[in-house]
Ligand binder design. Structure first.
Ligand code: ADP
Length: 358
């Protein structure tokens, strides 16, 4: 167990550790009391038997030598005591008191030991219990801070526009329309962002999985984005054979829409996007391959993080987005017991692969 300096003890962990320690000590003290009671009642019984002092025998037990069991150092060793009855009783009483005192001393030591070891163990256990909860709370706080940061930008732009318009004493119709157009753009961005955030928090809740035809999933996704691709003169080549996997159809279409949308957004016009599929072992694979700008190795490790956008200087100026698409896709894939991976090199295009259990 690692030693932790006092100053680094976390108050929440200490509080939980104290509760654990209270339980440990309550058990330890209860068992000690039970043990003490049982042991001393055994001792009384043995004393009575040895001196012949049961209720039936009364004071007739006047034998010159009497054996009792027990002693301070060796409680089970027989001890021989000689003398008359009253002297004998005194000696027996002293012996009993000595044995009891010794028992109490040992039990107190045992409980002190339990307190010390229990304190360390309780803190260790409390840290282990609280660590995942703290990680979840940190992630939630980061999410809230990232989300409010992203929401603030369009709101600030809208506020500035409105203030400029309001400050004009005589506003032309054209100027008013331009301001409204700009505000409309920002509102659209806000709506996209809030939809993305909603999807990220609600994705896959209470979905039931059933066999899904992946060729139909690919077809649905392509149909949703065909106009966008055509507008950019990008050809989408659908080469998905008849394939099936276990999942939620709508969510899987959503994943492919995200991947296709990215491929269209980031690829130059006149290029092609290929959607392919195959199976291997117990898994089905779908691939979205583009001829776009590719992704730098340093960005590859982060593109599935919420709000991460590779090279903001390059992508944020020209391509709209909030860095939420891939994290939504990843979450959906995790809920399906599958995964999403990417292979890409700068200027060599990108291939996103989703892997699903069949
Ligand atoms: P968004 O597209 O809204 O920025 P995503 O989470 O979908 O958010 O993508 C994260 C980042 O990954 C993008 O900002 C982009 O830099 C990079 N990326 C994703 N797909 C591609 C692609 N097909 N080609 C090049 N870069 C990509």
């Amino acid at each position: 167990m690692k030693r932790i300096p006092f100053s680094r003890l976390k108050p929440s962990s200490v509080r939980l550790a104290l509760s654990y320690l209270a339980i440990i000590m309550a058990l330890s003290v209860t068992f000690s009391v039970i043990f003490y009671r049982t042991s001393t009642s055994d001792l009384n019984l043995q004393l009575q038997t040895s001196t012949g002092g049961g209720p039936e025998s009364g004071n007739n037990a006047a034998s010159p030598t009497v054996g009792i069991v027990g002693g301070v150092d060796n409680p089970t060793a027989p001890v021989t005591i000689s003398g008359n009855i009253s002297g004998l009783n005194t000696q027996l009483h002293e012996r009993t008191v000595a044995i009891r005192t010794d028992l109490v001393r040992r039990l107190v030591m045992l409980n002190i030991g339990a307190l010390l070891i229990g304190a360390g163990f309780s803190y260790y256990l409390a840290r282990r219990t609280l660590r995942p909860i703290e990680a979840a709370m940190d992630a939630q706080a980061r999410f809230a801070s990232d989300a409010s940061h992203e929401l603030r930008t369009p709101l600030t732009v809208m506020q500035a526009e409105i203030e400029v318009v309001l400050s004009k004493s005589n506003l032309s119709l054209d100027r008013a329309k331009a301001a409204l157009r700009s505000n409309h753009q920002e509102v659209t961005k806000l709506r996209q962002l809030s939809e993305g955030l909603l999807r990220l928090t609600h994705t896959g809740q209470s979905t039931t999985f059933a066999p899904v035809a992946l060729d139909e999933v690919a077809n649905d996704a392509i149909n949703q984005l065909l106009k966008l691709a055509q507008a950019k003169h990008i050809t989408v080549i659908d080469a998905v054979p008849k394939l099936s996997a276990l999942g939620d159809r709508q969510s899987l279409v959503q994943v492919l829409v995200i991947l296709l949308d990215n491929a269209i957004k980031y690829s130059p016009s006149g290029t092609a996007i290929h959607i392919e599929g195959d199976t291997e072992g117990k898994y089905t694979f779908l691939r979205v391959r583009d001829e776009g700008p590719g992704i730098r190795a340093t960005d590859l490790a982060h593109i599935f993080e919420r709000f991460y956008r590779a090279d903001p200087g390059r992508s944020k100026q020209h391509v709209s987005g909030y860095g939420l698409g891939l994290s939504i896709a990843q979450k959906i894939m995790q809920q399906h017991g599958g995964e999403i991976t990417v292979a890409s090199e700068l200027d060599q295009g990108s291939t996103f692969t989703i892997k699903l259990p069949m």
